[in-house]
Write a protein of this length. Structure first.
Length: 78
């Protein structure tokens, strides 16, 4: 079925609706509630994962060798 054919079947139904009384209804509430629960679960998961992250910066292995060579009077370049 084409989209235009589907719209021609829906248009007569739209004429019967009172624009002042149209509300999202139960389906709108259920969709909103499902989205809210999903966001809540994602936030819990993010907090759990962020708690596992180690924020201490590891030094580079080459940087320690260069610093030691510089302290001893040698050159870091070879």
């Amino acid at each position: 079925m084409y989209a235009t054919q589907a719209l021609t079947h829906v248009v007569p139904l739209a004429a019967e609706l009172d624009k002042n009384k149209v509300t999202p209804g139960v389906l709108g509430f259920l969709v909103f509630a499902a989205l809210a629960v999903g966001v809540w679960q994602l936030m819990k998961s993010m907090n759990r994962h962020m708690g596992r992250v180690n924020f201490e910066e590891a030094s580079e292995p080459g940087a320690a060798t260069a610093a030691e060579a510089g302290a001893l009077g040698g050159s870091a370049e070879k």
